[in-house]
Design a protein around this ligand. Structure first.
Ligand SMILES: [Fe+2]
Length: 294
């Protein structure tokens, strides 16, 4: 979840206070060009590795490289598909309005776009991350159901010392999730879809492990907010992810996991169904980051 990135967060606690106007007509020709450059580069980098549901979503929402998406237009297609809508926000927002919006089928998305100098890396999520990364899959009913359940679960977690577990679930599914496809895997996580560096790493670096998703493992596994992943988790389908997360109440799990140690993203554990054992090469010069494991 974006509030984990450690940047200034809008303090407002109500959804209404968070929502702004997009002012689509204010985007410059350079902004549209930047969108197009990023759009084409990501699809080329991840060629053959993007999950079909995501590609279908681009079509459903009429998202192209031609221009920065206009939220009013995009929302007409999105609402028709799953009842969701994207609401423009100024940047990172607090947990309560964030979860409330998701629970109400509203996705908060930034409106600014990075500069040409920031094509490769941007600390704060912009419209390219939020929309290109996240929104196409919101037109998929099973994924949309999962996101809504995630928002409802988030509100509950806030009252039961569970937010850090949901943040990990978000990290390893919505942001950096993979999906099993045939004997291979495909990408659906927004953090991979929208990042040139992470996309290249997933496509061609032998370092990371890929482990079959299972709930306890993901909820207990820490992550670094500012580096590539040591382990990715692959789901079977969005339906199975949704089922696994709604079949049992999370609140008792928080109590249980609060008594147990956090798991390392570097080590493979007994019980892991390993789809690919990574070389770990990238992480040899550990620690690479100055941040703490979440
Ligand atoms: Fe994100």
């Amino acid at each position: 979840m974006d509030e984990n990135k450690g940047h200034a967060i809008l303090n407002a606690q109500s959804v209404d206070e968070c929502v702004i106007e997009q002012h689509w007509d204010k985007y410059t020709p350079q902004d549209h060009k930047t969108w197009g450059t990023l759009f084409n580069r990501q699809l080329a980098t991840l060629k053959g590795k993007v999950c079909q549901e995501y590609l279908d979503g681009l079509k459903t929402l009429h998202l192209t490289a031609d221009e920065v998406p206009n939220y009013d237009k995009m929302n007409r297609y999105l609402k028709a598909a799953t009842g969701w809508e994207v609401l423009p926000v100024p940047g990172l927002i607090a947990s309560r309005p964030f979860f409330s919006m998701l629970a109400n089928k509203q996705f908060p998305a930034g409106t600014f776009i990075r500069t040409p100098e920031q094509l490769d890396y941007l600390e704060e999520p912009d419209i390219f991350h939020d929309v290109f990364g996240h929104v196409p899959l919101l037109s998929n009913p099973a994924y949309a159901d999962y996101m809504q359940a995630y928002g409802k679960g988030g509100l509950l977690a806030m009252d039961h010392k569970g937010v850090k577990y949901l943040a990990r679930l978000n990290w390893y599914t919505i942001e950096f999730g993979l999906i099993v496809s045939g004997g291979d895997f495909k990408v659906y996580g927004a953090g991979i879809m929208s990042s040139f560096g992470e996309a290249k790493y997933v496509m061609s670096d032998a370092s990371p492990n890929i482990v079959k998703f299972y709930l306890e493992r993901v909820l207990r596994t820490g992550y670094y907010i500012d580096d590539l992943q040591a382990t990715y988790f692959a789901i079977n389908s969005f339906e199975s992810l949704f089922r696994e997360c709604v079949e049992r109440p999370f609140v008792p799990l928080y109590d249980e996991y609060n008594q147990k140690p956090r798991l390392s993203p570097f080590e493979l554990l007994e019980g892991d169904q390993v789809l690919r054992r990574g070389s770990g090469e990238y992480w040899k010069e550990f620690p690479k980051t100055k941040t703490k494991l979440k």
